[in-house]
Design a protein around this ligand. Structure first.
Ligand SMILES: NC(=O)c1ccc[n+]([C@@H]2O[C@H](COP(=O)([O-])OP(=O)(O)OC[C@H]3O[C@@H](n4cnc5c(N)ncnc54)[C@H](OP(=O)(O)O)[C@@H]3O)[C@@H](O)[C@H]2O)c1
Length: 404
């Protein structure tokens, strides 16, 4: 068939089961902050306002495959039975980036429905997010929409400042948004001139997470968490991750050069532009970043750092740039042949578990789910668990986003 590219997403159709693929078929603002706080938050927020003013002064003025263990958790257990969470006697506050569609929206809905969470939907298109929340039936008292464009560092910093102005504690941050450009012939760039997939999926989230870590530290919530959504496609220890073009950050020379496509390659490894590979590389960065956060900050802060592969959610907007034939055939292929398919609703429940389930509070874990929808600690590929590469990526990213 005359498809080009896509693994689970990217360059080919892949068969995936229980954390391991076993076959593959090759183919082809506006500024919208809800400033009125729900009444249940007001009491908690007064003292927090004082601390968040201190944060504003400091951080924001900086210049510009093997299953290791099976948990006893099945998908629907979201938070209701969390005795620790009840200690705080207030709702948790969770920021979810890219909550205007797909996994982010489904997660927002799953958390909001428990009545235990106030969801901050951090989205680049305010109206789209408002409409999405409404049509998903999320009730107004359980969410706010705030503008965030991860393809602009100014927007990320503005978002953090706007969030702090709300004066509400931050208990969980979910870095979920992503772009995937498998058919692009030429690279596109962020506001600061970085290749768009890595610039958005990795660098935008890196800056956001670094800035908001200080807010998470201040949270008095029983289990504070920072979650970065990963993907099987970045893991070359799976068959899906072995579908060309494979993720490979090389020696990071393109990143060191600024990923601008002018005096450096737009690709992290310094190679020719390939949109599907850029997405997979960005997912490796996401997974390396989560582990580096864990090594640097878990002990000191008590924050749980986690990543996950929620399953193949074959119908989300992530595939919007793919060729129409791919979009037509990919969902039934995943549903009936690979059985790797999960619905948006199921995937949303999985991510919601990582946000709130007390049995998934372990830090440094890359979560996956088996065919019975039970979570387990999955193993990352050699590259995605390379500590030296994680350190280098961290240090280079700090420089690129203006934190060092
Ligand atoms: N679908 C899968 O099979 C699958 C599998 C593994 C992992 N994942 C991961 O799941 C996460 C969510 O993907 P999805 O499948 O739910 O895709 P999706 O429906 O396309 O959702 C992506 C979200 O990211 C937002 N976004 C894109 N660029 C942004 C930017 N510059 N600033 C702020 N938000 C931006 C989009 O906003 P707009 O609505 O404005 O476009 C959208 O809300 C991604 O991290 C992806 O890598 C997906």
């Amino acid at each position: 068939m005359a498809f080009k590219s896509a693994s689970i997403l990217p360059s080919s159709i892949s068969i995936y089961r229980e954390g391991k693929s076993n076959a593959s078929l090759k183919e082809a603002g506006f500024f919208g902050v809800s400033v009125s706080l729900p009444s249940y938050l007001k009491a908690d927020c007064n003292c927090y306002l004082i601390r968040s003013k201190e944060l504003r002064r400091s951080e924001l003025q900086l210049p510009i495959g093997t299953i290791k263990a099976q948990t006893a958790t099945t998908t629907p257990a979201i938070d209701e039975a969390a005795p620790e969470a009840k200690k705080t006697r207030r709702k948790g506050n969770v920021i979810i980036t890219g909550a205007s569609s797909g996994l982010g929206l489904a997660t927002a809905k799953a958390l909001a429905e428990t009545g235990q969470w106030n969801v901050i939907m951090a989205c680049r298109n305010f109206l789209k997010a408002e409409r999405a929340a409404k049509s998903a039936g999320i009730t107004k008292e359980n969410y706010n929409v705030m503008h965030l464009d991860l393809a602009s560092f100014d927007s990320v910093r503005q978002f953090v400042e706007n969030f702090r102005r709300l004066g509400m504690p931050l208990d969980v941050l979910v870095c979920n948004a992503a772009v995937y450009l498998p058919t692009a012939k030429e690279p596109s760039f962020t506001a600061e001139g970085f290749e768009l997939s890595v610039g958005t999926n990795h660098l935008g989230h890196f800056l956001l997470a670094r800035l908001l870590l200080d807010d998470l530290k201040l949270s008095d919530y029983s289990s504070k968490r920072l979650i970065i959504v990963g993907s099987i496609t970045g893991n070359t220890n799976t068959l899906a991750g072995n579908v060309p073009p494979k993720a490979n950050l090389g020696d990071l020379r393109g990143l060191a050069g600024g990923l601008n496509g002018i005096n450096s390659s737009p690709m992290i490894d310094g190679g020719e532009f390939d949109g599907a590979k850029a997405y997979k590389d960005s997912k490796v960065c996401n997974m390396l970043t989560m582990q580096e956060f864990h090594r640097r900050y878990h002990e000191e802060t008590g924050v749980t750092f986690a990543s996950l592969y929620p399953g193949c959610i074959a119908e989300t907007g992530l595939f919007r740039e793919h060729i129409p034939l791919f979009r037509l055939l990919f969902p039934p292929f995943q549903k009936y042949i690979t059985k790797g398919y999960v619905s948006e609703e199921e995937a949303g429940k999985r991510l919601a578990q990582v946000v709130s389930d007390p049995t998934l509070a372990k830090s440094g874990v890359y979560w996956s789910w088996n065919k019975y929808s039970s979570s387990f600690e999955n193993q990352l590929s050699e590259e995605a668990s390379d500590t030296e590469k994680a350190r280098k990526l961290w240090e280079m990213s700090e420089k690129l986003v203006g934190l060092a």
